[in-house]
Design a protein around this ligand. Structure first.
Ligand code: GLU
Length: 421
């Protein structure tokens, strides 16, 4: 089953559970607009290389399209559609006034120079700038995209429209209109949800063993934040492999090794293990912070974690989610667990519009409130429908989306596709 089919399956199941209006389900089962473009980029050696790129605008029922852009060799339309759809649900789960969108460029950032990445980013903006904007569609970072790229993005867009428009993109560096706390927000939001869940279930961080898959925008900060909250981090990995130590690892040392030598395993702590082994280690909390389709029908029976915190998008398939929940694992779903990122993106966008910037404590206090309120709302639906937490999260989102659709009337959510290839 593809990632998008998996997302539709989650939507269909939750819609059935809550007896959702069929028209609302149908409307949200298709993206509003799909833009596919080819980006010709001059490489350092003088060659012209062509990159496939996408922007999928899934829904603007609750506000402008919102969602990141990923740079990854295997990006395809199915994946971007799934991610765009998830953004609509994520924004509705945390109640921020956005719809959902997502972008992607097929490229390998590890093989590209800084100059090539800048030219690629500017080309992408040139290709999509007419369909985005601070009140229309607001991109952000995702896998392998960075604050520096968002700065180029903002600069190119502002140049094209001849106006300073920092609110066209979020996840920017502080110096060019970023928000304090945005870089760590995905992990921080997940940590707030986990903390609240642990408190409700009388669990203590200092005796809780955590394994983290992924050491990018989400996993790296999850390791640091959870370590500072006195969780024991027993396993960490990146795309090249992992490290494991029963007694606990020091995320700072791993970060240093990763920065200097490019891999987590370059740190001489713990025992080297593969990513597959890492997922199957005994632990209390497994943080999935890499990418989609990691816990599937193939390995679900070997997962021993008591709690899974999904900081990545779509890391657990629908079948695995069902199986794990039946067998007592609590899966805190992506559309809640990683929504801290887009929530602080919203705060960044607000600050851009206000031209007034908040201190870190203000960002974090507001983020914590959003995350805990969203968790409690989901727990309420979970009790009402006796469902998995993922189904309850979808119900929570559908509830808001359905109300918005009914209030706006039948003209809302015009469906049309733009193919430009
Ligand atoms: N890419 C992140 C996500 O999947 C952040 C999106 C945003 O900030 O708009 O949630």
């Amino acid at each position: 089953m593809s990632f998008y089919e998996n997302t539709l399956k989650n939507m269909n199941k939750s819609a059935k559970l809550m007896n959702l209006d069929q028209e609302t389900l149908d409307t949200l089962s298709h993206p509003q607009k799909t833009l596919m473009v080819n980006l010709p980029v001059r490489m350092d050696d003088g060659r012209m290389e062509y990159f496939e790129a996408y922007r999928v605008q899934h829904s603007e029922l609750r506000g402008p399209f919102k969602g990141g852009v990923r740079y990854f060799p295997q990006v395809d339309l199915d994946e971007v559609k799934a991610l765009a759809t998830e953004m609509t649900f994520k924004c509705a789960v945390v109640g921020i006034p956005y719809g959902g969108g997502k972008g992607g460029v097929c490229c390998n950032t590890k093989e590209m120079s800084e100059g090539e990445l800048e030219r690629l980013t500017r080309k992408y903006v040139q290709a999509i700038y007419q369909v985005i904007g601070p009140e229309h569609d607001i991109p952000a970072p995702d896998m392998y995209t960075t604050p520096q790229m968002m700065a180029w993005f903002m600069d190119e867009y502002s140049r094209l429209v001849s106006q300073y428009r920092p609110g066209v993109v979020t996840g920017k560096p502080i110096e060019v209109g970023g928000s304090l706390g945005r870089g760590t927000a995905t992990a921080q939001g997940g940590a707030y949800v986990l903390e609240e869940y642990m408190k409700n279930n009388n669990m203590d961080a200092s005796t809780t063993k955590v394994v983290i898959q992924g050491f990018g925008n989400a996993g790296k900060y999850a390791a640091e934040i959870l370590h500072s909250m006195s969780y024991i981090i027993t396993g960490i990995s990146d795309s090249k492999g992992g490290l494991y130590s029963e007694g606990g690892l020091d995320p700072q040392c791993i970060d240093k090794a990763k920065q200097e030598k490019g891999t987590v395993q370059a740190c001489n702590l713990g025992t080297p293990i593969t990513n597959e082994e890492l997922l199957e280690k005994s632990c209390d909390v497994l943080v999935l912070a890499a990418m989609e389709n990691q816990v599937t029908e193939e390995n679900m029976k070997n997962i021993k974690a008591k709690i899974i915190l999904e900081l990545a998008n779509g890391p657990t398939t629908a079948e695995a989610d069902e199986y794990l929940t039946k067998n007592g694992t609590v899966v805190i779903p992506d559309i809640l667990a990683n929504a801290g990122g887009v929530t602080v993106s919203y705060f960044e966008w607000l600050q851009n519009h206000l031209m007034y910037y908040w201190p870190l404590e203000e960002v974090q206090t507001k983020l914590k409130r959003v995350m805990i309120e969203s968790l409690n709302r989901i727990l309420g639906f979970q009790q009402k429908y006796n469902s998995t937490m993922r189904m309850a999260a979808y119900v929570s989102a559908f509830d808001r989306l359905d109300k918005a659709k009914k209030l706006r009337g039948s003209g809302a959510h015009l469906r049309c596709k733009v193919y430009n290839k």
